[in-house]
Design a protein around this ligand. Structure first.
Ligand SMILES: Cc1ncc(COP(=O)(O)O)c(C=O)c1O
Length: 346
């Protein structure tokens, strides 16, 4: 509404839209420690991942490594390349956690790309994306991180982690509407990412929209060369505001807060014989998600929803997500409900 009111007062709102987009890139860049020029708009995570799937020159025999517990957004863009003769290898996880030793053993001379989630969607396992980045750097493997479950709630530094491409929708922890997100592309990626699709925003109009019958412009030098056309400005404006809000609080502080909320849940679960923890309690592998199970997770899910506690039911687990707007009393309420359910089941 704020934006619509402002635009209605302007004779030409277009320049203001680009100011907002520049600001959004700056805020996103600050969140991930990247230059704003390396940040581009994406409709969702899949869009960002697909820029690499469509823009890298894959040849027959090239190998891609994925985890066997990946979210499907991070598998279909890659399995689609089998039609070009690319071999996609799903490596075995250990206890449903990504296993770095198995990954290292799976690498061959043909391994061209590796794509992994920062935070595993169903159990919140935080992958050691820095160590993985170092391995990929040493072995010259294009390294992609699907950031969606960690963005805005677990710190990330794309430079320290040697990430070639980071993709994330903004409709989860970035508290934005569906239809917006972003990608980061390293200034010197291990492999060139060409324009798999080419759109008219991928060339530089210098924000002059008065002479558009020009069909000979060259792709932009920045990552904006991968842009298609007009972005959903209302969604982008919402993303600008939420990323600004999150940055003003600080992702480090948010992560600390979320961990302390989930500590309370872990303390409760540790005392229970009925529930079984499924998430790692090792600090380096923790995130803002914690999952557990019981003999009847579907029944428990319904019971919690009836009490207006909304977890997710994923892969047989009850997934609890805690964020900066949650407070300890809500976790107490959850633990009381869990206690009531386990007693009624005994
Ligand atoms: C790890 C992970 N990646 C990606 C997505 C979603 O992908 P997209 O933004 O393309 O819908 C999700 C959840 O919806 C997820 O948990």
């Amino acid at each position: 509404m704020e934006m619509i009111a402002e635009w209605s007062r302007l004779s030409d709102p277009t320049p203001r839209v680009f100011d907002y987009w520049r600001e959004t890139k700056k805020e996103l860049g600050q969140m991930i420690n990247a230059d704003p020029d390396q940040v581009g708009f994406a409709y969702n995570t899949s869009h960002g991942l697909s820029l690499a799937a469509a823009g890298i020159d894959f040849r027959k025999g090239d190998e891609i490594i994925l985890s066997d517990v990946e979210f499907p957004a991070n598998t279909y863009p890659w399995t689609n390349l089998r039609a070009k003769g690319v071999e996609v290898k799903f490596i075995r996880s250990t206890d449903r956690h990504f296993d770095i030793d198995i990954f290292e053993k799976a690498i061959t001379k043909k391994t061209k790309l590796f794509s992994v989630s920062y935070i595993q969607f169903f159990n919140g396992y935080r992958n050691d994306i820095q160590k993985l980045g170092e391995i990929c750097k040493e072995r010259n493997i294009f390294y992609i991180v699907d950031g969606i479950q960690g963005m805005g709630n677990v710190p990330i530094d794309v430079q320290e982690c040697h990430i070639d491409l980071l993709a994330s929708g903004a409709h989860k922890w970035l508290l934005s509407p569906v239809g917006c997100g972003f990608f980061y592309l390293n200034e010197n990626p291990k492999i060139e990412v060409k324009q798999g699709f080419a759109g008219w925003f991928g060339v530089d109009w210098k924000e002059d929209w008065t002479n558009l019958i020009r069909h000979d412009l060259k792709p932009r030098k920045s990552v904006e060369r991968l842009s298609l056309s007009a972005i959903p400005y209302l969604q982008m404006y919402a993303m600008r505001n939420s990323v600004k809000l999150i940055n003003s609080i600080g992702v480090d502080r948010i992560y600390e807060h979320n961990l302390s909320l989930l500590d309370k849940l872990i303390d409760y679960l540790e005392t229970s014989k009925y529930y079984k923890m499924a998430s790692s309690t090792e600090i380096q592998h923790r995130s803002s998600i914690f999952s557990f199970t019981c003999p009847d997770p579907k029944g428990l899910y319904k019971f919690l929803v009836n009490k207006k506690i909304i977890p997710s039911l994923r892969e047989g687990l009850i997934r609890i997500s805690a964020d900066f707007y949650n407070h300890p009393e809500q976790i107490d309420f959850l633990c009381q409900a869990l206690d009531e359910y386990s007693r009624s089941a005994e």
